[in-house]
Design a protein around this ligand. Structure first.
Ligand code: BDR
Ligand code: CA
Length: 320
């Protein structure tokens, strides 16, 4: 089995959290670093969440803070989906390791160079940290094997008519990343929205959990209720970031097609839109077009079972 050496760039975020549970359960993933980017919440909350989750999962890799906002545009967060804390009311342990002294983009660059072309980046937040890394280090592309991105869509958006949140928040960063010349796999809303949790599946998860697992179940419940209460236009709760993580564990979960992807940076209704041309002779990415839903859920459920037994919530853990 091929081992993927991964740097995770994230803005946790409830679905980011479940993506991290998947990575913790992956036999073929070696985590080389976690970099935090403002997105679902503001930077101090995102950093606290990233460090707390790393402590919960027993991760010993460096965790670094990155961009506190987009490259050119005012900050946008998604507290209405992920809660004021970014993680609902989940009880997080205190961090067990100091925050890495390097900014996210320097950690990324140094890990990429050290691994000499073997590093893959899993990017599940706005792409600001990656864009800064490419702009600061023009030789970075040669040291990266692949970037797996949760973002964009071949169709509609979840921010505005066409913008997907991660690309909408920082379209300029997304444009830099898609222009960098590194192989990219784009896992967009067109497939993540097919991973939604039905009531039956949700109840299946709830049945899985005991004392400790209840916290995981409550977090999912929070995410589901937020979608319902705010009438966000979706009847389901999509595991966006988990699907991108799952691709690293099992290439068979997604059908990917070569395409040329450009990002619309104009203000107005097309902000953040990913323009995906499957007919292009000069593709810069593979774009996910279909998902094997049962195969994906098998991975998710396995990670949740593992979480309820291995990553235990302690009485001292503070509810956000
Ligand atoms: C993306 O937006 C964020 O709110 C989620 O964490 C995910 O990365 C989905 O559009
Ligand atoms: Ca995210």
């Amino acid at each position: 089995m091929q081992t993927h050496k991964i740097l995770l760039d994230t803005d946790p975020g409830i679905d980011d959290f479940f993506a991290m549970l998947l990575l913790a359960d992956a036999q073929n993933v070696e985590l080389c670093g976690v970099t935090a980017v403002a997105g679902n919440q503001v930077m101090d909350k995102i950093v606290r969440n990233a460090r707390g989750i790393a402590a919960l999962l027993g991760w010993t890799c460096p965790v670094a803070a990155g961009a506190a906002g987009p490259m050119c545009l005012p900050q946008i967060t998604a507290g209405e989906v992920h809660g004021d804390t970014g993680l609902g009311h989940f009880p997080l342990p205190a961090p067990t390791a100091p925050l890495d002294a390097r900014p996210a983009w320097e950690l990324l660059y140094e890990q990429a160079r050290a691994l000499d072309g073997a590093l893959e980046v899993l990017a599940i937040g706005p792409l600001t940290n990656l864009a800064v890394a490419f702009l600061a280090h023009p030789d970075l592309p040669r040291y990266l094997r692949r970037i797996v991105v949760m973002g964009g869509s071949t169709e509609w958006g979840n921010r505005g008519a066409y913008g997907e949140f991660n690309f909408y928040v920082d379209p300029h960063a997304a444009a830099v990343v898609f222009g960098a010349g590194v192989p990219i796999d784009m896992v967009g809303l067109n497939v993540t929205m097919q991973t939604g949790i039905s009531d039956a599946e949700f109840d299946g998860i709830a049945r899985l959990v005991g004392e400790t697992g209840r916290a995981y179940s409550e977090l999912l419940d929070f995410y589901r209720n937020i979608y319902r209460d705010n009438d966000l236009g979706f009847q389901i709760v999509a595991m966006h970031d988990s699907l991108a993580a799952a691709l690293l564990m099992d290439e068979g979960v997604l059908d990917l097609r070569p395409a040329a992807v450009r990002i619309d940076c104009s203000p107005g209704p097309c902000r953040g839109r990913s323009l995906v041309d499957f007919a292009s002779q000069t593709p810069n990415a593979r774009v996910a077009v279909a998902v094997d839903r049962p195969r994906f859920w098998e991975l998710v459920l396995h990670s949740l079972r593992r979480a309820q037994s291995d990553f235990r919530i302690q009485k001292s853990d503070v509810r956000c």
